[in-house]
Write a protein that binds this ligand. Structure first.
Ligand code: SAH
Length: 248
């Protein structure tokens, strides 16, 4: 089945952009995913093809008009009725790997890209549009966010990544950051690859990796660590972690 990506944008020429290359590019050639862009401006009704207007209540910048957005979204929904519509906005729910997995397992995704100050809020009140953020940063437009979201989905599609299991151990898949990696040379600028990774003892290696994944998550991402602990029904503390669990 082909994963159908549809992008609503004022800059269709930004697609497939970097997704033309590497894994995603090959997958596009192999028709594991398809790409359609819809020019939002095509739904403007005046002779100047206006898509934005000044913000109600005053202030800087311009806001994408709801009537134009709705016409564009309705068109996309007619083309891909089964695909969820996601709008890229810093006001949205932060995207995570669990949502990416769900999307990748589905028929595709329709992505609405903002520009200027963003969208007239009424689009979210009247259309089935999920607001999604890429994180607590402000981009100049939704297109780089859409490319990122697509990249994350495409690599999970069947047959896209080399080894079928190579997605399973990545950061966030277990609720943790991934353990650190090393490769040859064994010694470089006086630093050696940790002994355990050269031991050939697979059980020891697995234990070291789990320990590092937990330690690094605890130190770098207290938010993830807290959730990881809660998901296992115990406080997220290194001390507690050592206690024996009945379910293990
Ligand atoms: N005025 C808005 C920012 C607009 S930035 C605010 O302060 O919330 C212009 C467009 O870039 C947005 O409409 C959105 O589509 C995109 N964008 C910016 N930051 C983003 C983020 N963190 N995640 C997803 N999309 C983002």
């Amino acid at each position: 089945m082909t994963f159908a990506a549809t992008i609503l944008t004022l800059y269709p020429e930004m697609f497939p952009g970097p997704l033309r290359l590497s894994l995603a590019g090959r997958a596009l050639e192999e028709q594991r995913w398809s790409l359609d862009t819809i020019q939002i401006r095509d739904f403007a009704t005046d002779k100047h093809h206006t898509v934005d207007d000044t913000p109600a209540g005053g202030g800087v910048g311009m806001v994408l008009k709801v009537d134009i957005l709705a016409a564009a979204v309705d068109h996309a929904l007619r083309c891909q009725p089964k695909c969820p519509v996601l709008a890229m906005t810093p006001r949205g729910k932060p995207l995570d790997q669990a949502r990416v997995r769900e999307l990748a397992a589905g028929p595709g995704v329709t992505i609405l890209c903002g520009r200027f100050e963003g969208f007239d809020e009424r689009i979210f009140e009247t259309r089935p549009v999920e607001e999604v953020s890429l994180g607590d940063i402000v981009l100049s437009g939704g297109e780089p966010a859409a490319l990122t979201l697509l990249d994350a989905c495409i690599r999970l599609l069947p047959g896209v990544m080399g080894a079928p299991s190579s997605g399973a151990e990545e950061s966030f898949e277990e609720g943790l950051l991934e353990y650190p990696h090393y490769t040859r040379p064994v010694e470089w600028e006086g630093r050696t690859i940790p002994e355990v990774l050269r031991s050939g003892d697979h059980a020891k290696i697995a234990a070291w990796r789990k320990h590092r994944a937990e330690e690094d998550t605890r130190l770098r991402r207290p938010d993830l660590w807290e959730r990881y602990g809660n998901a296992r029904g115990r406080p997220a503390s290194g001390v507690q972690r050592e206690t024996k669990e009945p379910d293990q």
